[in-house]
Design a binder for this molecule. Structure first.
Ligand code: PEP
Length: 245
């Protein structure tokens, strides 16, 4: 499976910096797909820079409704209209800061699929849940609650992002990552059939050039969702180059 390295730019940078960062990635990395997810307002200019390159562009969220009185929100069709092809959904910062639930992530994922976007659905346990030995149960529950019918065949992507590893510099052990990814693969194949063997499963949480190769070597890890290190073109490309040939 062709690996995907996705960058979540969160709420960082101004327009000039976003365009410059995208320009720095245009060359791409052989054998790897790149995806960058800028804030809504930078989607179109970044999509213009990325046009004709090996870099795809995605949003960090979308609304579940097609249109309506939703001040400040952006529909999946609007995201598609910018030239973006992907959308991150259910990131733990959205689940925590905007009270998103599995059900709302499911509804947004359905809207994204209907608009022709490829969803990147995030799941992951909190530190308390891991310490309580519930990491695999939590992730399995989140998958069951947020992945709709049609996701697998549309090329939907899942990102395992342990909440306690995001932006902290801490990561699970390689054995812990491998165990969750094997659990996710099993759960998806059980629910959606053998097509789910080709669903990309990304790991996210403090991925850096220095730890990427070990993570990418693990079975059922098909790439990464990168936050902080995606804001520096050289680091993001170094992570992509760490994918084994
Ligand atoms: C993220 O927010 O999706 C993420 C993985 O962040 P970081 O790489 O900074 O931990």
């Amino acid at each position: 499976m062709r690996p995907l390295i996705a960058g979540n730019w969160k709420m960082h940078g101004n327009l000039r910096e976003a365009v410059r960062l995208a320009e720095g990635l245009r060359e791409g990395v052989d054998g790897v797909d790149l995806l960058v997810c800028p804030p809504f307002v930078h989607l179109h200019p970044v999509a213009v820079v990325a046009l004709g390159s090996r870099v795809a562009v995605g949003a960090q969220d979308c609304h579940a409704a097609g249109k309506g009185a939703h001040t400040g929100d952006v529909s999946a069709a609007m995201v598609r209209d910018t030239g973006a092809t992907h959308v991150i959904l259910g990131h733990s910062e959205r689940r925590q800061n905007h009270a998103e639930t599995d059900a709302s992530v499911m509804a947004k994922t359905e809207a994204a699929l209907a608009a022709g976007l490829i969803p990147v659905v995030c799941v992951g346990e909190t530190e308390a849940e891991r310490l309580a030995g519930r990491a695999e149960a939590v992730v399995t529950e989140q998958l069951a609650g947020s992945i709709p019918y049609g996701f697998i065949t549309a090329g939907g992507i899942v990102a395992y992002e342990p909440v306690w590893a995001i932006g902290t510099g801490r990561t699970p052990t390689e054995e812990e990552v491998a165990a969750i990814h094997a659990t996710m693969r099993h759960a998806l194949v059980e629910s959606f059939g053998p097509a789910a063997r080709t669903t990309r499963l990304l790991y996210g949480g403090s991925v850096k050039p220095g730890n990427a190769a070990g993570i990418f070597a693990l079975e059922h890890v098909d790439g990464a969702l990168v936050g902080g290190a995606s804001l520096v073109a050289a680091d993001f490309l170094a992570i992509a180059r760490a994918v084994p040939e």
